[in-house]
Design a protein around this ligand. Structure first.
Ligand SMILES: N[C@@H](CCC(=O)N[C@@H](CS)C(=O)NCC(=O)O)C(=O)O
Length: 173
């Protein structure tokens, strides 16, 4: 049966009757539209770097969490994720944040990468363990700064959005 979506997947953003898919493409488009790509081409590229690097981590999380069907392999991949892949990535982000003054990852202003990465950190807290950011004080501060932005806080409050929420939707909680 032909898919109802362009690539057979969600999310989809619809703008003026046109469809855009792929979460990072959607986020980057919104970043450009709302001037959240940093002050210059370099800052824009650093946004891409941080989002792509954390996509690698999250793709592995999706791999064992949702796609892996062999239970032994799932447990093995999850253990490696918790012991190695996630702490390596969090440590790198911690030092990136430590070196950048202010609240955000790139430059002095909020970028789409901040929203993307803060959301991924929230996903890890929701799905792996609420304590995953312990030992990463700069990341905790960063995530809180993003989620305290009034319009983001209002959105989270209204939607009740977390990945636990997604599991509830899928009947897996
Ligand atoms: N690379 C894609 C991955 C999207 C993806 O995996 N979407 C899942 C839901 S989160 C999906 O629609 N899967 C199809 C299905 O479950 O039938 C993106 O970042 O948007």
């Amino acid at each position: 049966m032909p898919s109802a979506t362009p690539w057979g997947q969600l999310p989809i953003l619809e703008v003026d009757g046109k469809q855009l898919t792929q979460s990072s493409s959607i986020s980057r488009f919104l970043g450009r539209t709302f001037n959240l790509c940093g002050e210059n081409a370099w800052e824009s590229a650093k946004c891409d770097e941080y989002v792509d690097a954390t996509n690698d981590l999250i793709n592995e999380w999706v791999g064992f969490r949702f796609n892996e069907t062999d239970e032994a392999r799932k447990a093995e991949r999850k253990a490696k994720f918790i012991a190695e892949l996630m702490p390596n990535c969090l440590q790198k982000l911690e030092s990136i944040k430590e070196k950048n003054d202010g609240d955000y990852l790139v430059g002095k202003k909020l970028t789409w990468a901040d929203i993307d990465v803060a959301d991924k950190l929230q996903t890890l807290e929701d799905d792996i363990n609420p304590t995953v950011l312990e030992g990463y004080p700069n990341l905790q501060k960063f995530k809180n700064a993003v989620f305290s932005l009034p319009r983001i806080a209002a959105y989270v409050e209204k939607s009740g959005y977390t990945y636990k929420g997604l599991d509830n939707c899928l009947g897996k909680a």
